[in-house]
Every structure is written in C-alpha cells, then in structure tokens.
Design a protein around this ligand. Structure first.
Ligand code: 13P
Ligand code: SF4
Length: 304
C-alpha cells in the first residue's frame, strides 16, 4: 500500500530539519509539493530566497534551470533537484555556442537573458531578468537597443512596454505558446464577467487581449487584491491550486486546460524523500561558468 500523503510529508519535513534543508517550490508544482514547501514563489522570489537562506541544503522543486540558478547564487550549499529529468523546453532552445554566434553577428549591445536558460547562456549575458522584472531590467540599461534571449514573446512584451529596440532569439515556452486567440475568446464567452490575466510568455496577440499581464506571483497578488470575483488564467494550470487555496470566495478558470507543463509535474513526494535521504540529484555549476553567470544574476537582483 502507498504511504499516505501526510505521512510522507511529515517524514520529509523531519529529514529536511535534520539536514538543515529548505524546500523551495515553484508556483506550478503539484499541490502536494506546494503544501510541503517552506516557500512557494515565482522565479524572482525563489532566486532571492536561494540567495538569502542560511540552510545548508536547498531542495528545489521546479525545473533544472531554477536549481542551477540557486547553485550559481549559493555555491557553498548543496542544491538538490529531486528529479533530474525535470528540464525546461524553452531553456533547451538556445545553447551558449549559438548565442555567441548571434552576439558576433550584431553590433555591440547588452544581452538580457531570461532566467529560463542554462548557466552557460547566462554566463554570456549582461544581465538576467524574470517575467516579473523584465520591464525594469530593460529600462535600467542605458542602451536603447539590446538582444533578449531566449523567449521571443517576453522580448516582444518588453519592447512594447519600454519602446526600446529589442532583438530576440526565436525561443518560446510551448505551454504558453499553445494558448490561441480562439481559446481566449471561448473562455471570455463562457465567463463574461471574468478578468483575463496573461503571462508574458504568451504570444503578443494574447498579451494584447489581456486585462492584466503578470508573473505567476504577480497573478496571485492581483487576484487577492482585486474587487472582481472571476478570473481567466492564462498560464500553466498548476497556478490554479494556489489561486483557489488563497481565494476560496473567487472563481478561477484556466484559459485553456491544455496549458500544462509536463516538466513541472515530474517531481513526486517520493523523489523529494529519496533525494534528501541519499543526497542525490545535486546540481552544481562549474566555477568557470558560475562566476560570469553570477554577475548577470546579481545585476538583476540589484535592480529590483
Ligand atoms: P514565473 O513564475 O517567474 O512567472 O515563471 C514562469 C515560468 O514559466 C517558470 O518556468
Ligand atoms: Fe519551461 Fe514553459 Fe515549463 Fe516554465 S512552463 S518550465 S518556461 S516549458
């Protein structure tokens, strides 16, 4: 018989305490992982927490680039990704070699890299950004022309909000790219009173239909403060769990049920337990890559 959820969760919590480990979870993680975590958040909040914690071990329930970012920020800590197969399809759409070729093909300009990228891509970048701070990061640069990688949708969103010339890499998040104008029209027809909130990883034509554009934690904050009671959520469906938990008196509808990221669902409680028991799944970035990548990540953290 399977161990009941609460039993597994308390076993993990006891072991985490014994190892002085903190459990961080992204807002898209499965409910039982979010319930277990010491902190749930968007990419920016999780990066900040990873930089500040005094735990010896960081258990990262998210995807590989998030654990890598934690390791970049906290090289003396052990960072564990409980399922090493949890990757990010967008991060895999660019390599350091390909980015270097792109940089060489353009006049000198800053390179802004979304944290949804590998450490060696960050290492070639001027500054990192997340969906929560991309506009601030772009505006913080003196240059009016820059390259933003790897998300073409985030780049177009930043260009529209800042008026700067932004060259972009042709990458995207498949989960957000799946959302079509027809899906949004149908959701609006079914829920005419609902506010439509979109993530900036959605296509530009979707972003321009949105009432609000925000990161996952930005969506949580907006929903909690809004006077409206119904919301259509244009991001990965995992966010519906914390939205509904925090706002039991409000209604949340997925913009499209197909918006599910398989990688974000790969970590199971059994993986977290095994990882902490055996200290397996460590993610570590070599110093050669970490030092330049840290420069870009710290520059971002200093801006906001
Ligand atoms: P945020 O939580 O930073 O909005 O990130 C969205 C995402 O796609 C993470 O993989
Ligand atoms: Fe990557 Fe998109 Fe999944 Fe986030 S939701 S991990 S950007 S593929």
């Amino acid at each position: 018989m399977d161990t009941p959820l609460f039993e597994m969760q308390s076993k993990i919590k006891a072991l985490a305490k014994a190892r002085n480990a903190i459990i961080l979870a992204h807002n898209y993680q499965p409910p039982e992982i979010q319930d277990l975590a010491d902190l749930c958040g968007d990419s920016l909040e999780l990066s900040r927490k990873a930089a500040q914690t005094d735990a010896d071990v960081i258990v990262f329930c998210g995807v590989h680039f998030m654990a890598e970012t934690a390791s970049i920020l906290s090289p003396d800590k052990v960072v564990l990704l409980p399922n090493p197969k949890a990757g990010c399809l967008m991060a895999d759409m660019i390599t350091a070699e390909a980015l270097q070729l792109k940089i060489d093909s353009l006049p000198p300009m800053p390179v802004v890299t979304y944290v949804n990228s590998t450490a060696d891509v960050k290492a070639l970048s001027t500054v990192c950004c997340t969906s929560a701070n991309v506009v601030k990061v772009v505006n913080s640069l003196a240059a009016d022309e820059m390259l933003l990688t790897p998300d073409r949708n985030l780049a177009q969103y930043a260009a529209a909000r800042t008026g700067k010339k932004i060259h972009y890499w042709d990458g995207y998040c498949p989960t957000h790219e799946w959302l079509t104008v027809e899906d949004v029209q149908q959701a609006r027809a079914e829920h005419p009173k609902a506010v439509f909130i979109a993530h900036p990883e959605c296509r530009p034509e979707i972003v321009s239909l949105a009432d609000v554009v925000a990161s996952t934690s930005g969506m949580l904050r907006h929903a909690a403060q809004a006077k409206e009671r119904e919301f259509i959520i244009g991001t990965e469906t995992g966010l519906l769990y914390p939205l509904r938990r925090a706002n039991p008196d409000k209604q949340f509808y997925p913009a499209a049920a197909k918006m599910t990221c398989k990688n974000m669902k790969k970590i199971k409680l059994a993986d977290v337990l095994r990882s902490l028991e055996t200290m397996s799944g460590e993610v570590k970035v070599s110093e050669e890559i970490r030092v330049p990548a840290l420069r870009a990540v710290e520059k971002m953290i200093a801006i906001v």
